[in-house]
Design a protein around this ligand. Structure first.
Ligand code: GLU
Length: 425
């Protein structure tokens, strides 16, 4: 099943449980607009073409919103799925925005900053008629960042001939970015995790956490949880897993990863590991997939989609899964996890902190009045806690998973807006 089919399945089952009409279901299941193009650019090594997409899924609740990823495996189905999930996410967290997503099929690690700038600008040039502060507002996603957003904003503003900082979020502070945007996805995840643990009457200190993916979201989450007293027993990236029963210090690992490129380079260089130091630290270096089988209470997929499958979940020991990545669990695995009593905090809630602070950034840009760090932090906490409480309450009432509850809330809110707009007439 392709990822778009997966998300459509979640939407369909929410729509059925809410007794929506066939026409309403059909309108909820298809993207409003799908833009695709081949970006022709001249890079340092000569001319090249890159496939690019912008899927505008639903804007019943407000302008389209969602990141742009630069990834070699980005494809139309994936971008459609992520655009649909953005519409649900914005509705669950209750911000007045719709859902969109973009992608460029590229392995950004193979290109210089100069080349990436050319590609980022070409993306905006291609899709400029569809973008704008009241139309569609991109943001960072996998392998894109504040610098890429700054190039995109600059390109957009020179094309339209005026300043419009709110056309993109996740940009640098100097161009109108918001405090707290960098750490927002992880911080939002921390808020909902703490709420869940409080409900389960589990004291969070000494809870053991394994995190798959040590990019911005995964590394920031690891540091926030470590500082709050959790034990980070394992972290992984595409090259390997580091495990220590007694816990790792993610601040050190992050510094090493930034410097040398991988988490295992804390102990290993070119496949040769400093076993003496590892023994001293009680740590072991394992393969990337070993992250699934380490002993932990909480498992966090913070990398790519569809990593939790019926096979990989057999190895999991955790009773709680916090989905920091988008779409990390296949529908079959999701069903099995619910039956096994594993609590999954779904992506559309767990990682909604990112788009929530993007929304704050957009609000600040529109009003040209900027908030302090504290104000952003306080508003984020309030948004995450309110959304978590609503999702949890519905799940309890109906004896359904948190994901089903979140999709029902999201679908209900989007449908209400579509009804007012006469979409189904
Ligand atoms: N890419 C992030 C997400 O998937 C953030 C989107 C945004 O801020 O618009 O939620």
């Amino acid at each position: 099943m392709n990822p778009f089919e997966q998300i459509r399945q979640h939407i369909t089952s929410a729509a059925k449980s809410l007794s929506l009409s066939e026409a309403e279901q059909a309108a909820l299941l298809s993207a409003n607009e799908t833009h695709r193009a081949s970006l022709s650019v001249v890079l340092e090594n000569g001319p090249q073409n890159f496939e690019a997409f912008r899927v505008q899924f639903n804007n019943a609740r407000g302008p389209y919103k969602g990141g742009i990823r630069f990834h070699p495996a980005a494809d139309l189905h994936e971008v459609q799925a992520l655009a649909a999930a953005m519409a649900i996410k914005c509705a669950v967290i209750d911000v007045p925005l719709g859902g969109a997503k973009g992608g460029v099929v590229i392995d950004p690690k193979q290109y210089s900053a100069k080349d990436l700038e050319v590609i980022a600008r070409a993306y905006v040039k291609e899709f400029v008629p569809h973008l704008g502060v009241d139309k569609d507002i991109p943001a960072p996603d996998v392998y894109t960042n504040a610098t890429i957003m700054s190039w995109m904003l600059d390109e957009y503003e020179s094309l339209v001939g005026h300043k419009e900082p709110g056309m993109i979020t996740g940009k640098p502070l100097a161009l109108g970015g918001s405090y707290g945007r960098d750490s927002a996805t992880a911080q939002g995840g921390v808020h909902v995790l703490l709420q869940l643990l409080a409900l389960k009457q589990k004291h969070h200190e000494r809870q053991r956490v394994a995190i798959q993916g040590f990019g911005n979201a995964g590394a920031t989450l690891a540091k926030l949880l470590y500082d709050a007293g959790f034990i980070i027993v394992a972290v992984s990236d595409s090259q390997g897993t580091l495990y220590a029963k007694g816990g790792l210090d993610p601040h050190i690992i992050d510094a090493v990863k930034t410097d040398k490129g991988s988490v295992s380079s804390l102990y290993c260089t070119a496949g040769v590991c400093d076993t003496e130091q590892m023994q001293k630290d009680g740590a072991v270096a394992l393969s990337p997939d070993d992250i699934f089988s380490v002993e932990a209470d909480i498992f966090v997929p913070a990398a790519l989609d569809n990593v939790l499958t019926p096979e990989t979940i057999q190895k999991l020991q955790a009773g709680v899964i916090l989905e920091l990545a988008n779409n990390p669990t296949t529908p079959e695995a999701d069903k099995q996890l619910f039956e096994q009593g594993v609590t999954v905090i779904p992506d559309v809630l767990a990682n909604a902190g990112g788009v929530t602070v993007s929304y704050f950034e957009w609000v600040q840009n529109r009003q040209q009045l900027y908030w302090t760090k504290e104000e952003v932090a306080m508003r984020l906490q309030e948004k995450m806690e309110t959304a978590f409480a609503a999702v949890h309450q519905k799940a309890l009432e109906k004896d359904i998973s948190l994901r089903e509850a979140a999709y029902q809330i999201g679908v209900e809110r989007i449908t209400a807006a579509m009804r007012y707009r006469g979409t189904f007439m």
